[in-house]
Structures are given as structure tokens and as C-alpha cells.
Design a protein around this ligand. Sequence first.
Ligand code: NI
Length: 171
Amino acid sequence: MIRTILTYPNPELKKKSAPVNIITEATRDLARDMSETMYDAPGVGLAAPQIGVHQRIIAIDVTGRDERPDLIVVINPVIVHAEGEAYEEEGCLSVPKYAANVRRHAHVVVKGLDLDGNEQTWRAEGLLAIAFQHEIDHLDGILFVDHLSPLKRDLFQRKIRKMAETAAGAP
Ligand code: NI
């Protein structure tokens, strides 16, 4: 089922998500909804709080194609190692029509559980490494725009205000 993606500045996006203690059929249903919602958007990653569920679950498919072999779903993901620097343009399904360069690590090692509850390790670089960091941030209530310099953040907020005014029909 495709869920509604919450968008900035919805306060639900700022809340910290709780670890998943037990993986049930409901967890797998939620993960399926997350990937369907991500592919439909379309996007390359989605975290559960983006659909208003404050559980530590992320879905990533950097190919963006609904063919599933590249779909990664991680429960309770933790970055256990990070190195190098990246500075690439990012967007977010919760921050429509905005993109900006963000400083990230170039390589990460992520540990977490798969949908069968088995501990897995992912070693990522490039777009996948950035996606892991971006999605795990969501679980802590952090959006990519929170990483911008004060000047860029100010420009972003002005743009959002302008878009809201235009949508409301204000001059
Ligand atoms: Ni995002």
C-alpha cells in the first residue's frame, strides 16, 4: 500500500524513532509499504518516520527501479564505521523541489537486521553510502537541510516560505 509521505516542516519529521524490538508480520507489511511508496514517488530511499511511523526502519534502492534485487531494507541500522569525505547534491522526498550539496562520509559500514531478524553488514560507497547516512539521519529527526550552512539554510527557508505563499495565492 502506498502511504502518504510527510513533508517539511511537518513536526513528525523531527521526532526520534524507536528501535524495533521484535520483527512481526506487521514489520514486514510496513517495510513493503515503504518500498512501494519509495518506488512510486519515485525516490532512492525512504525512512519509516517519513510516512509517520517512528520505528527505526529504512528502505534504499539507489537504482530507483522497481525491480527489487537492489532493494535494501534495514531494521535498526547503525553506522559502525565511516571515513572519507563526500560533497554531493541531495534531495529528499520530504523536502520536495529542493536540492543542495551536503557533506557526508564517502564510505560507511552499516550493521542492522534484515526482515528475517538476521544481523547483516553493508559496506557502502558512493551514492549508497550517502543514502545510508541520509536515511539513518531521518531516524534521528534530522533532514539533509539541517546540515546546510546558516546562509544556505536561510535561503532554503525563504524559498519554502515563498512556495507556501504562492500555493496560498498570496501576492
Ligand atoms: Ni530524505
